[in-house]
Design a protein around this ligand. Structure first.
Ligand code: SF4
Length: 483
């Protein structure tokens, strides 16, 4: 048996693929090496979404080749570009063949080169898994999408939508929750098209909103994070999706990419929706779920984007005030229609990305500061720095949690108010809706945790005292009893 080290790039769908491949190899008796120097074989699960991921791939492959390391190259690069010069001499396994990782590693150990790039759709669920974080189950509900965005290379690797059945997904999640997972991440290239490739008597009968209801019916304590979904498909199920998001098991977190605020540019990108569609979705979700966290994606410097187009994007960001803006500078990806367009000027693109970043920081800080004074449950899912912990609240806000005794209001704590005497006045200081403030009976004197205590997977009751552009800061008031 061999020791294998994984290098994983890219999105949570690629992370899920690495967890499955690691699970299969472990089940075959191989060991997983944390450090590449201790490994007999490196599995490089690659990403092709943007220039920087390709640059890192090239640099790393040069390094591994110079050390004569045995490597299996997996993921979106070999699947979308099998003749790429940096793949020469290595075994290749594509995005459809991850269940064959055992063969690829054994052949490579034997000094052979194997190429597995066939495009048969196979299940990715209920397979052995080595979770990077045991509390988090990443569930690839489908592979591929139904769009052909002109800038996108991922489509070449992940293809058209192939959804897993709701029964398979419910079985996978039930198993993961029994094993201790507390957060369920639904992921794919576009969760909005889930189930649209299923039809009964020519009629669609499944979609993301209906799937969420199936998942939330699983008895046990867990939270669901819904990954990225395109506006075009969200619009087609808006009412159903909003009511599914109201389920207490669904994080109030919506990731909907806009990419550009200009309809002309959206047309050139072949995105299939308008800026007004995006605004309508955000307005509806914010009206029905006031404290929802909004995440979006923006491309700066798409070839046909003018100053005026970019200004429109900035206006839409000011109007919809997303909490998270994933900003990308445009990259001409080989083989995509946008790469054949006349490219925008590099300096101009940089300037636009800088302007968008500054706006994002300002909006995110203002949005997060309105949480100061909020009290509620936080599920701890990560260790923080300097003895702190990190967790997520109902709106999937990242909270950095400090455990030392909270300055009890009786001792003249924050706002100089007493928790015992906490009243509606206090909730006014916290910008969040009263509906999301816990009833008074939960506000007991703070608990003191031994700093060595492991809080992973535990729900703690926290009070937020400030926000930052990326997260919230809070102190533990007490531990929440498991239901
Ligand atoms: S939706 Fe568009 S950007 Fe996303 S994977 Fe599909 S083609 Fe690429």
């Amino acid at each position: 048996m061999a020791s294998i080290h994984f290098i994983t790039q890219g999105c949570s769908a690629n992370q899920a693929d690495s967890e499955i491949m690691q699970g299969i190899l472990r089940e075959k008796g191989h060991t997983l090496a944390d450090d590449e120097k201790d490994a007999d074989v490196i599995v490089f699960n690659s990403c092709t979404v943007k220039g920087p991921s390709i640059s890192y791939f090239k640099k790393k492959m040069k390094e591994l080749d110079s050390q004569g390391k045995k490597a299996v190259i997996a993921g979106c690069i070999p699947q979308s570009n099998p003749d790429f010069e940096y793949l020469r001499g290595h075994s290749l396994i594509g995005t459809y063949q991850i269940d064959r990782i055992g063969d690829a590693v054994e052949q490579t150990l034997g000094g052979n080169k194997i190429v597995l790039l066939g495009k048969e759709n196979k299940t990715r669920l209920n397979l052995p898994k080595a979770r990077i974080n045991p509390l988090i189950e990443i569930v690839p509900i489908l592979q591929g999408c139904l769009s052909s965005c002109t800038f996108c290379k991922t489509k070449h690797a992940r293809g058209n939508a192939f959804s897993h059945s709701p029964e398979e997904i419910v079985r996978d999640i039930s198993w993961a929750v029994r094993e201790g997972a507390k957060e369920i991440w639904l992921t794919s290239q576009d969760n909005g098209v889930y189930g649209l490739d299923f039809s009964r008597n020519g009629k669609e009968y499944m979609n993301l909103a209906k799937l969420l209801m199936h998942i939330c019916a699983i008895p046990r304590d867990f939270m669901v994070r819904v990954g990225m979904a395109n506006p075009k498909y969200i619009l087609s199920m808006l009412d159903g999706l909003i009511s599914a998001f109201k389920n207490p098991k669904v994080y109030k977190f919506l990731h909907v990419p806009l990419q550009s605020g200009s309809d002309k540019v959206l047309g050139d990108m072949k995105r299939g929706y308008t800026a007004a569609d995006f605004v309508k979705i955000i307005r509806r979700f914010k009206k029905e779920i006031p404290d929802i966290t909004i995440s979006t994606d923006i491309i700066c410097g798409f070839p046909t984007e003018t100053k005026g187009d970019f200004k429109k994007t900035m206006e839409i960001m000011k109007e919809t005030r997303p909490d998270v803006i994933n900003i990308s500078k445009f990259w001409p990806m080989q083989g995509t229609p946008a790469a054949r367009m006349k490219q925008a000027h590099g300096a101009e693109m940089k300037e636009r990305a800088k302007e968008m970043t500054e706006l994002h920081k300002k909006i995110a800080l203002e949005n997060n500061n309105r949480w100061a004074g909020w009290e509620g449950d936080v599920l701890i899912d990560e260790r923080g720095k300097h003895g702190t912990w990190k967790g997520r609240n109902f709106a999937y806000k990242q909270v950095v949690v400090e455990t030392e005794a909270f300055h009890h209001p009786m001792n003249g704590g924050l706002h100089g108010q007493t928790t015992m005497g906490w009243n509606a006045e206090c909730s006014k200081t916290a910008g969040v809706s009263e509906a999301n403030m816990p009833p008074a009976r939960d506000r007991r004197p703070p608990a003191v945790f031994d700093s060595k205590e492991n809080l992973m997977g535990r729900n703690v009751f926290v009070r937020i005292y400030k926000g930052s552009p990326i997260d919230l800061r809070g102190r533990v008031l007490n531990e929440v009893e498991e239901k």
